[in-house]
Ligand binder design. Structure first.
Ligand code: HPA
Length: 275
């Protein structure tokens, strides 16, 4: 598909969503695996199944619902993406990040990306949220490859501050106020669907990463290209530390993400005031 076609598909999807609501969300939140709870706080909510939106991919990952929600969080119009698209499902990078372009066309300015991930840091504990300070793109692919659409962003976008420093600080302030323990760290994103071998874990730790997961990086790249302010929060669901290994199951990951998600939802709810 050429870029003009892609742009018109994005615009068609955005137009469909716009025609469904009078709300004008400037905030969007992508809910990762097991992190759907925050949607319970959304008032006056309209849910649009992905299957109703023209050109929108469909979600197949476990723990992902597959609907866009538009409503009000503490009086602020907000868009929730309940279920995301992963590279490991077989989507292209352009498909994985299609919803972020739709958000751009809708006028989203602040994007919260949540996810479940393993921790490579021997000092980090499972079940604790971690604020993302930076990422390493280990996908071996990039959603911006191909012709650039200049109206969306520059050909060679700066990546020195993908995750807003001020939002990282505000997230720490909120967590402190709420008495919730949080870490901050670097997220390494890769395709999956395999979890990491011990040799890979050791390598990634040496590269300076604290977290490893299968999402977020493509979306953050496109959102940064689009000029959005980005906050990333991880639910640490397992240890990816060679000396502290337990076998990882997807079910266990989901269970812990749901539990950690309660604290993440509280932090986000507190932050909505400053978004
Ligand atoms: N590795 C990669 N992705 C993940 C992990 C992990 O340990 N846990 C949850 N998502």
């Amino acid at each position: 598909m050429d870029i003009e076609q892609y742009v018109s598909k994005v615009r068609e999807a955005a137009k469909y969503i716009q025609e469904k609501t009078t709300k004008k969300p400037r905030i969007a939140i992508v809910l990762g695996s097991g992190l759907g709870k925050i949607s319970q706080n959304l008032e006056d909510a309209l849910a649009i199944p992905y299957s109703d939106i023209p050109n929108f991919p469909r979600s197949t990952a476990p723990g992902h619902k597959g609907e866009l929600m538009i409503g009000s969080l503490k009086g602020k119009d907000t868009l929730l993406m309940n279920g995301r698209f992963h590279y490991y499902e077989g989507y292209t990078m352009k498909e994985v990040t299609f919803p972020i372009r739709v958000m751009q066309e809708l006028g989203i300015e602040t994007l919260v990306l949540t996810n479940a991930a393993g921790t490579l840091n021997p000092d980090f504990e499972v079940g604790v949220p971690c604020i993302i300070t930076d990422h390493i793109n280990f996908f071996g692919d990039n959603p911006l490859i191909g012709p650039n659409f200049d109206d969306w962003g520059p050909r060679f976008p700066d990546m020195t501050e993908v995750y807003s420093k001020s939002l990282v600080q505000e997230a720490f302030k909120s967590a402190k106020k709420l008495n919730i323990r949080v870490y901050s760290g670097v997220y390494l994103g890769l395709s999956g669907p395999t979890f990491e071998t011990p040799a890979e874990m050791a390598m990634m730790r040496n590269f300076g990463a604290d977290l490893v997961g299968m999402s977020t990086v493509p979306e953050a790249i496109v959102a940064k290209h689009a000029g959005m302010e980005i906050l990333g929060i991880t639910a640490i669901t397992d240890k990816a530390v060679p000396e502290q290994l337990k076998e990882v199951s997807a079910e266990e990951v989901l269970k812990i993400a749901e539990k950690t998600g309660e604290n993440i939802a509280e932090i986000i709810m507190d932050l909505v005031d400053i978004f």
